[in-house]
Ligand binder design. Structure first.
Ligand code: G6P
Length: 611
């Protein structure tokens, strides 16, 4: 969380920074700020969105060509002008922006306080910049050396960028645990938390590694480690189009991303599946493929929506491959002394590839000798680099904070992994394998059919937009979909919602049901259909209002439910790919009708790089 951006070149730094911050706003939007070396060191920062910063700066002429910018998701200290980044050293010569957490900030602060340093903000970042300043004075050294010494004493995670009015031709950046990409243009350099602020200017990038410092000075880039060992920059070419990070005529990124799903799933399968020849190839899983096939158990680690995809994968892998699967919240896994043995298989699922807890869970499993596979969307991200092998989603950038196309991309990749294992293990027949491939390749068309119900779903949303609670029920493969539907609703509309396995309802949530309670039941035709029909009757008997997601042509449930949304028929294992769509649209429309900021819901961030 928090987005950072830096510029060094011949353009107006202000223009590049503000544009870049808008692209990174999905990472946090509590406050924003910039610092530019122009007429001295000019700093502007403001509580609120990047737009509030622009209004605050108004028409002021900012001429500098080197600068840094930040959009914040508060960790230490409430969102306020004073806690906004950039933070300055005491005599206001050094400016820093920071994404991450300095864990030993409190002891560093005590040390600095005892030396007479004063602090304006409550942030760990101000401690870091004062610490750098103190080292600079005590060692009588330049900025780069002071940063290097400081980072050797810092515990925690950071991506930082630093400028100083005393060395006006210098931009320094460093990373440990938080992402940082450097764009190399013609006579200019950019740096950012992800490639989206960079792609407009260049597609040549270097992903900084942990414990590396990038020094951009007098038109040159040098990379060293924090031990001062020079590194050769590994320049990569970005595969990212500008239009992929713009709204393309949609009112919100979330809606654009929901409607992109026929294409994003198609892209995910492209070159990997050929249903006409029964071919399934995952190019990123080769050397360690045997480990997956021979695994005695598989542990999945993930957070949020990615954890829900993991639950579907548990059903898929146990069903199709007969391998026991455990799905863990990464944040719990890493702190509970889990049993992982040499050669165990772990699958980490992450859209951003930067989630701190998932990354830490991977490191823990690795240290115990596990083989790690990644199911990641963001190419070149920290998680994709920390895993042994894996498969990208190829869903394109997901910018709306509520995950949609990444979820269906994850399901697609996980289904392909399960099919690959099942085929090689012989736990599924050739016939089942080819049927599944055929069904999978038809999913994009089936999703298009669900998207045709958008107007109907908007109509239903309007009727329920003022509800205070929602219950989501599903069974089997649709149980994780119920969890995901409830999560989507609460995160963007702020309506309390719970997802439950339908049969568990009678062990508690049924007490909540009355005529005020909308109950969304995912009741597609599968092997628990008859049971879920009974669950709908239980809700109706208590006067609950039922919105049912049903398989097209279902004649029974429409007689009981208050509203039905039809989805096309597909294999049970693939149903979540289709049945989640109406729930994404329902939450989207409810949130819009309630006047909520769908793409930037309060308190949330897209990429959670703190623990
Ligand atoms: C945040 C996002 C969610 C996401 C979760 C895990 O909470 O808002 O949309 O599911 O992090 O993120 P990851 O990038 O690891 O999938």
């Amino acid at each position: 969380m928090c987005g950072i951006v830096g510029y060094y070149g011949e353009r107006s730094a202000y223009d590049v920074l503000v544009k870049g911050l808008k692209r990174l706003e999905y990472r946090g939007y509590d406050s924003a700020g910039i610092a530019v070396i122009g007429d001295g060191l000019e700093v502007f920062k403001k509580k609120g969105k990047v737009k509030d910063l622009e209004n605050f700066i108004d028409q002021k002429k900012i001429t500098g060509k080197i600068g840094i910018g930040h959009t914040r998701w508060a960790t230490h200290g409430e969102p306020s002008d004073v806690n906004a980044h950039p933070h300055l050293s005491g005599e206001k010569s050094i400016a820093i922006i920071h994404n991450g957490i300095i864990e030993n900030y409190s002891s560093l602060k005590q040390e600095l306080l005892s030396k007479g340093y004063e602090f304006e903000s409550e942030t760990d970042t101000e401690v870091l910049v004062q610490f750098i300043q103190a080292i600079k004075i005590e060692n009588n050294c330049g900025l780069v050396e002071a940063i290097r010494i400081a980072l050797n004493q810092v515990i925690g995670a950071y991506a930082i960028a630093v400028i100083s009015k005393d060395e006006p031709n210098l931009l320094v950046a460093a990373r440990k645990g938080s992402p940082l990409v450097i764009g190399i243009g013609k006579d200019e350099f950019l740096l950012a938390s992800d490639a989206s602020p960079i792609v407009e200017y260049t597609n040549e990038v270097v992903y900084l590694n942990d414990n590396e410092i990038a020094i951009i000075e007098n038109g040159d880039l040098t990379i060293t480690t924090i031990e001062d060992v020079k590194q050769t920059p590994y320049i990569q070419t970005l595969d990212l189009e500008l239009e992929a990070i713009e709204k393309g005529g949609y009112p919100h990124f979330m809606l654009k991303e929901i409607f992109e799903q026929p294409n994003s799933i198609g892209d995910c399968m492209r070159g990997r599946i050929d249903a006409t020849t029964d071919r399934l190839v995952l190019g990123g899983i080769r050397e360690y493929a045997d480990k997956l096939v021979e695994a005695e158990r598989i542990v999945i680690v993930a957070c949020g929506t990615s954890w829900h995809a993991g639950l579907v994968a548990e059903y898929l892998i146990e069903d199709l491959c007969r391998i026991p699967v455990e799905v863990e919240y990464a944040s719990e896994f890493r702190y509970r002394n889990p049993v992982i043995k040499q050669g165990d298989v772990v699958i980490a699922i992450s859209q951003s590839g930067e989630t701190a807890d998932t990354l830490a869970a991977i490191e823990l499993a690795k240290s115990k000798g596990a083989v790690i596979f990644g199911v990641v969307n963001t190419v070149g991200s920290s998680i994709s680099r920390a895993t042994d092998e894996g498969a990208y989603l190829h869903a394109g950038p997901e910018i709306g904070v509520a995950s949609t196309k990444a979820f269906t991309g994850q399901l697609t990749v996980l289904t392909m992994i399960a099919l690959m294992i099942g085929k090689r293990k012989g736990t599924i027949t050739d016939r089942k394998f080819s049927n599944m491939l055929r069904e999978l390749s038809m999913i994009p068309e089936k999703i298009k059919a669900v998207l045709d119900s958008n107007d109907k779903i908007e109509f239903i949303a309007d009727l329920f937009k003022d509800a205070r609670n929602f219950l989501y029920l599903g069974r089997g493969y649709n149980f994780p979909v119920a969890l995901e539907g409830a999560l989507k609703l609460k995160e963007i509309s702020y309506i309390h919602a719970e997802g439950y396995p339908a049969a568990e309802m009678k062990h508690g949530p049924i007490a909540l049901i009355d005529e005020q309670m909308p109950v969304v039941v995912i009741a597609t035709r599968d092997n628990s259909y008859d049971k879920i029909v009974s669950n709908i009757q239980e809700v109706k008997a208590r006067k609950g209002v039922v919105i049912a997601v049903v398989t097209e042509g279902d004649a029974l449930i429409p007689k009981m439910a208050d509203f039905v949304i039809e989805v096309p028929r597909t294999a049970d294992e693939l149903m979540p790919l289709v049945s989640v769509l109406p729930l994404q649209l329902l939450s989207y429309h409810i949130a819009v009708l309630r006047g909520c900021n769908v793409d930037q819901p309060r308190n949330l961030a897209k990429s959670v790089t703190v623990e």
